[in-house]
Design a protein around this ligand. Structure first.
Ligand code: CTP
Length: 397
């Protein structure tokens, strides 16, 4: 499906530049024409000779190369391709892109292009988490630039965390999705995520420890496969995925009405950690200490959003997926929960504190379906998300 496409591949200077060689090879195997551009720093990591040998074309590196300029001007070069891919995208190049600098060939092409741009960031974990990079990525997403990864993992520098460039198959999947060819192209998937906050008074609320990381990673993975994603989120610790239609809510009751308003959908995934109860008659004013003893809170049950959607008689999504966060007898409770709520799949996980899963970077899930149970090995939440998104794409056919 990528056959005949033309990708302008910008290779910036980072350790992950070696993966660009494999990316070129895999793209060419799929009939993609690759025009390579290297920054000066990239020359320190891979040789232009290897890059041009694999691409089957000369490498462009210099903004003021008169021979290259005579053959194809840099403006033309920036527009000849169908898609611009930056892999690896270093912190430095992302900063240049975010601020609109154009002081070398790569940054000038990125400013001059009229094509979509996909970046595959790769850098040290501290650099990835630095507020400047977080800010720059938000600016780039706001400018409509697509991104894939980075992954969690051990890095060449010996540290562990997010920052490792996505693996080549994931970059190719993102390229396919950028061309509107993902397996979920034309599909609408609804995802709930994060905790809910149930007010006690204007300054206090009842909440839970969900960070929203798993729901966000899942929404991103679904977007990467080409889906249109509506992302209904409570007040989460992690920012929502770019490219999704984001609906922010506070309470379970608001989440239910946002979900109902966002339907119809081909699939709905309920990753939110919804509060089971809300405080009845939450106070309009801050509750004060009066000296007459403790205030008494009374509770009422929240609507069960997953069960409500699962039991819809008309307009029910073809696939409804729930999560089951348990601290004991995980499979038994999750299996019962699937029956009780009427959803198609349950993604069960053990959230007892010793696992470090709730609010952590990894997840270990068991998928319960009509066909039985599938236990998946513990993995970064992004990896679990990718596998789950692929399974959803498979089920929707
Ligand atoms: N869920 C929901 N609405 C609720 C409660 C839960 O949509 N009011 C969804 C969650 O998003 C999740 C699934 O139901 O997909 C299971 O959530 P969980 O908190 O594990 O289950 P509960 O229904 O709260 O069951 P229990 O408290 O008995 O474990």
């Amino acid at each position: 499906m990528l056959h005949g496409k033309h990708v302008l591949l910008i290779i910036a200077g980072g350790i992950a530049a070696f993966k660009a060689l494999d990316l070129i090879r895999r793209l060419r195997e799929r009939g993609v024409k690759v025009t390579p551009v290297m920054t000066r720093a990239a020359h320190e990591f891979v040789t232009p000779l290897s890059v041009s040998a694999l691409a089957g074309r000369a490498v462009f590196s210099d903004l003021f190369d008169l021979t290259a300029e005579a053959e194809m001007g840099h403006i033309e070069l920036s527009r000849a391709a169908d898609l611009v891919v930056v892999a690896p995208a270093t912190a430095d190049l992302m900063a240049k892109m975010a601020t609109g600098q154009a002081d070398d060939l790569a940054s000038t092409l990125l400013m001059a292009t009229d094509k979509r741009v996909l970046i595959a960031p790769a850098m040290n974990v501290r650099m990835w988490q630095h507020p400047a990079t977080v800010r720059n990525l938000a600016v780039l997403h706001g400018d409509g630039i697509l991104s894939v990864g980075p992954d969690d993992g051990t890095m060449a520098c010996g540290e562990f965390g997010p920052g490792r460039m996505s693996e080549v198959p994931d970059i190719i999947a993102a390229i396919a999705a950028a061309f509107g060819h993902g397996p979920l192209a034309g599909r609408h998937v609804l995802v709930t995520s994060g905790p809910t906050h149930e007010p006690i008074d204007p300054v206090r609320y009842i909440a839970n420890r969900s960070s929203g990381a798993q729901g966000t990673a899942l929404a991103r993975a679904l977007l990467d496969l080409g889906a249109r994603v509506t992302f209904v989120t409570g007040p989460a610790a992690v920012p929502p995925p770019q490219g999704a239609d984001v609906i922010r809510v506070q309470t379970a009751r608001e989440m239910l009405s946002a979900v109902q308003g966002a339907l119809p959908a081909d699939a709905a995934v309920f990753a939110a950690a919804v509060a089971d109860w809300h405080v009845t008659g939450a106070s309009d004013q801050k509750i004060k200490k009066t000296g007459d003893g403790m205030p008494t809170l009374t509770f009422a049950e929240n609507p069960d959003i997953l069960a409500t959607v699962s039991r819809m008689t008309t307009g029910r999504p073809a696939l409804v997926v729930g999560f089951a966060a348990e601290t004991q007898d995980v499979i038994a409770h999750a299996t019962a929960k699937r029956q009780r709520k009427g959803c198609d799949w349950i993604v069960a996980n053990d959230v007892s504190p010793a696992t470090g899963i709730m609010g952590g970077a990894e997840n270990a899930v068991t998928i319960i379906t009509d066909d039985g149970t599938e236990e998946w090995p513990r993995a970064p939440k992004q990896a679990v998300a990718r596998d789950l998104a692929a399974k959803i794409a498979g089920a929707l056919g």
